[in-house]
Ligand binder design. Structure first.
Ligand SMILES: [Zn+2]
Length: 472
């Protein structure tokens, strides 16, 4: 039966009592009566209702005076109780039991109570619930940075490891020139820094060293052996933001084509090494960029590749490659794909800044696991999409800004206002052992996989697809 259909009867205290007893509230009528007696503001309201003289500080009540009336020490607004301020927090804690959402919680509150600005206080209460914050949805990704577009060939080289189990050693080093998209793939027996250096030297023997080597923070790339080897040669070693495959997007996109080429050889019954070789060769020398209309080979060396098919172009008077217009086209193409990717991903600028206290996104083992950590971190630096955060015990981590979320303010209220269920938001933070695992950083690898898996579902991406075990 709908309550609105029932005309409210002033004398019917039972009606209110019934609603409270049957409802979800942890507050009794006696509690309210006692609290109302001690509430100076409500006492003033009661007086104002009698002599209809309203001091300015009671304006919020005055505007509702037609609906207000006293029942004993209590003030009611129509059939709702005007809750004494000392009980408001307790009521919100009860109504938020089970961490129900803001809209439903407001509905419950409105059903039983009224006080000035109850709705906004309820909203704030939910926003400040750390548990709800931890369980909230992931942030929208931040727009892709279009800084650092390379100015010419062999300037910035991106590299990565690709795992294709079942083919040779199963580990491949992929190396791409970010300007021309010229691709090299090397099968790796070991993924050590020494083996990686040797493989890169093999490639650079032909083309010379690039200005910048860019990679993720994987073990061989972050090792001293690797970094100092290249820095000694004058090559800058740059890390893309960890856990953010999209900042390494070029290689990620290539990987799927490589996996397809290798897998196709199994179906075709051909040698997979030959198939891989053929794919890389065609990619570099035969397939022009959709927008730039030039092959990676031509962009890199300035002349067309000869040898695959008979050609009629004038070999002795080649048209000079118009690098300037190519650069413009390239910038345009990259901006276009940035805009496209940003809108497809629902990208949103993040307002996280230095000094903010944040929670960080964590791997969910099951659907009910929190999206964000319980542990709080402080933002030390922010450069574009990259933030460096520090835990309370001084350990620093680099993260993509989309994986951190502003932490709700720490509850700082008078204990007397806390009800019996005040621990509801602290209780659910997980066992200490979990937090220790967090501070040890054991979750980092899985987190990366989780992110990669999410990335692979994005409409614009053609990333490596991972199954639920995180394997390719
Ligand atoms: Zn909550």
């Amino acid at each position: 039966m709908s309550k609105e259909a029932e005309p409210f009867d002033d004398s019917s205290e039972d009606h209110v009592l019934f609603a409270l007893d049957a409802g979800v509230m942890d507050i009794t009528l006696a509690d309210i009566e006692v609290a109302a007696e001690a509430d100076d503001e409500l006492k003033q309201v009661a007086e104002a209702l009698v002599d209809d003289t309203w001091p300015t500080e009671l304006r919020k009540y005055e505007s509702q005076k037609k609906h207000l009336h006293s029942i004993g020490s209590m003030i009611c607004k129509d059939e709702k109780i005007v809750l004494p301020s000392s009980l408001r927090r307790r009521a919100m804690e009860s109504a938020h039991g089970g961490h129900i959402g803001e809209v439903a919680m407001k509905r419950i509150m409105r059903e039983f109570f009224w006080w000035p600005r109850m709705a906004s206080e309820t909203e704030r209460f939910v926003k400040e619930c750390q548990t709800c914050c931890m369980l909230s949805r992931k942030n929208a990704p931040v727009p892709i940075s279009s800084r650092d577009l390379p100015d010419g060939p062999w300037d910035i080289i991106q590299m990565d490891f690709l795992s294709i189990p079942g083919y040779g050693s199963g580990d491949f080093l992929t190396v791409v020139d970010t300007y021309s998209r010229y691709l090299s793939v090397v099968e790796m027996r070991r993924k050590t820094a020494e083996a990686t250096n040797a493989a890169l030297c093999g490639i650079f023997k032909t083309w010379g060293c690039p200005r910048v080597l860019q990679s993720d923070n994987g073990p061989p790339f972050s090792s001293t052996t690797f970094c100092s080897f290249w820095e000694n040669k004058g090559v800058a070693v740059r890390k893309s933001i960890p856990l953010s495959p999209q900042s390494n997007g070029l290689i990620e996109r290539q990987n799927q084509s490589l996996i397809k080429a290798v897998s196709a050889s199994t179906i075709d019954g051909s040698n997979w090494r030959y198939s891989l070789e053929q794919f890389v060769h065609s990619h570099n020398t035969l397939i022009p960029h959709a927008r730039l209309r030039v092959t990676p080979f031509e962009l890199l060396v300035g002349f067309k590749y000869r040898g695959q098919f008979p050609s009629l172009w004038n070999e002795w008077n080649p048209k000079e490659l118009d690098r300037e217009s190519i650069r413009e086209l390239d910038a345009e193409a990259k901006l276009y794909s940035k805009h496209y990717a940003d809108s497809a991903r629902g990208a949103k600028e993040s307002n996280i800044k230095v000094g903010d206290v944040v929670l960080i996104s964590q791997q969910k083992k099951s659907k009910s696991d929190p999206t964000f950590s319980a542990e709080r971190f402080t933002v030390i630096t922010r450069t574009g999409a990259k933030v460096v955060i520090m835990s309370s015990n001084g350990v620093q981590y680099a993260r993509n800004v989309q994986d951190v979320k502003l932490a709700p303010p720490v509850e700082d209220i008078d204990d007397s206002q806390k009800g019996t269920r005040v621990s509801v938001c602290e209780r659910d933070l997980g066992p200490d052992s979990e937090r220790t695992a967090w501070s040890r950083g054991e979750w980092m690898g899985n987190d990366a996989k989780d992110l990669e898996r999410r990335e692979s579902r994005r409409p614009f991406g053609s990333r490596v697809r991972l199954d639920d075990d995180g394997k390719i």
